[in-house]
Design a binder for this molecule. Structure first.
Ligand SMILES: NC(=O)c1ccc[n+]([C@@H]2O[C@H](COP(=O)([O-])OP(=O)(O)OC[C@H]3O[C@@H](n4cnc5c(N)ncnc54)[C@H](OP(=O)(O)O)[C@@H]3O)[C@@H](O)[C@H]2O)c1
Length: 300
């Protein structure tokens, strides 16, 4: 730590999630510490829990990576989804504005309906198809309205070595079946939780240092796009190359794999704004997925 640098604490919500774990694992400057209370201590929908935290210590910023992320279950658990994804961000926006500190909110490609041709820019019209996307959109609006010093990082198709995600599901299913039937008509950007954490770190540190740092909505995803079937093929080929399980992938349509919540057919996000304003340049999704399969293989 340089002598001139004061120790600073950043509140991280959802510290046990894919992105939260990568935020905690990232290398931060020596004068920064992360405080990631367990969910039992910080329920996003609980105003007194948030008040208690803010009165117990001074934070330099908040990164809200906690969220209700069960897309299908949200259709039947509307109140729980809105409590975590809309009320939580609104409470954090009030608390951070009162403290005069930046709030960095993580959001989703599911705020879009997928009807757009090409990549979505940050100012494209939003139209969520389900409860999860609608609750996350309400959270975005609460943050942007509630704290002028805020940024919303929309990301997509999050994968990592942690918890449950599409990469881990494909690897598990490959140990059980010879052929996997996977949707091939939804297009998006697989994105590493580790890379999201790095992007969040860049934004957060700049926003702490510089009151005039760029704010508003930013899209961040790994470079390049594919379908779920394309991602499955890549994962299984990498797994096979690592001596792990593999399977054949059969393309199916969304109509052949009905889910409770509808998903956008195209949710590819354009990342020029974060590249231009924060110098964050995403690596190709294949490189990110390689790293994850490699990490998971090493654990075997
Ligand atoms: N996963 C994706 O594909 C995806 C795609 C686009 C955007 N995103 C966004 O990216 C962010 C991070 O997602 P992720 O994949 O890291 O999610 P995740 O792995 O599901 O983790 C979410 C974390 O939030 C916590 N949480 C849930 N409800 C909470 C509540 N009411 N109060 C406090 N904490 C709560 C969870 O606690 P438990 O540990 O108790 O479950 C978990 O630690 C979220 O904002 C999500 O909406 C995710």
């Amino acid at each position: 730590m340089l002598e001139t640098e004061q120790p600073l604490s950043i509140l991280v919500t959802g510290g046990a999630g894919q992105v939260g774990l990568e935020l905690l694992a990232a290398k931060w400057p020596d004068h920064i510490t992360l405080h990631a209370p367990a969910r039992s201590e910080l329920d996003l929908g609980n105003p007194s829990a948030i008040e208690r935290l803010f009165s117990s210590r001074a934070y330099a910023a908040v990164i809200n990576s906690g969220a209700y992320t069960a897309v299908d279950q949200a259709e039947n658990e509307v109140a729980a989804a809105y409590s975590a994804n809309a009320l939580g961000p609104a409470l954090l926006a009030d608390a951070t504005r009162a403290a005069g500190i930046p709030l960095i909110q993580v959001s989703t490609d599911y705020v879009f309906d997928g009807a757009h041709v090409g990549e979505y820019n940050e100012d494209e019209a939003v139209q969520p198809l389900g409860v999860y996307g609608a609750s996350k959109l309400a959270g975005e609006m609460a943050v942007l309205r509630g704290n002028p010093r805020s940024a919303v990082l929309r990301t997509a198709w999050v994968v990592s070595q942690h918890r449950t995600n599409f990469v881990k599901t494909m690897l598990r299913l490959a140990t059980e079946r010879h052929t996997l039937r996977v949707v091939n008509d939804q297009h998006g950007n697989p994105t590493s939780a580790r890379d999201i954490a790095e992007a969040l770190k860049t934004i957060t540190l700049r926003m702490i240092e510089d009151e005039a740092a760029p704010r508003g909505i930013f899209h961040f995803v790994n470079a390049g796009a594919t379908t779920w079937a394309g991602l499955a093929r890549e994962v299984l080929a990498l797994s096979e190359a690592h001596g792990g399980p593999t399977a054949k992938v059969e393309n199916i349509t969304t109509a052949e794999f009905p889910t409770l919540a509808s998903r956008p057919a195209n949710s590819r996000l354009a990342t020029q704004r974060i590249q231009r304003e924060y110098g964050v340049v995403p690596r190709p999704w294949q490189s990110a997925v390689y790293e994850i399969v490699d990490q998971l293989s090493a654990k075997e």
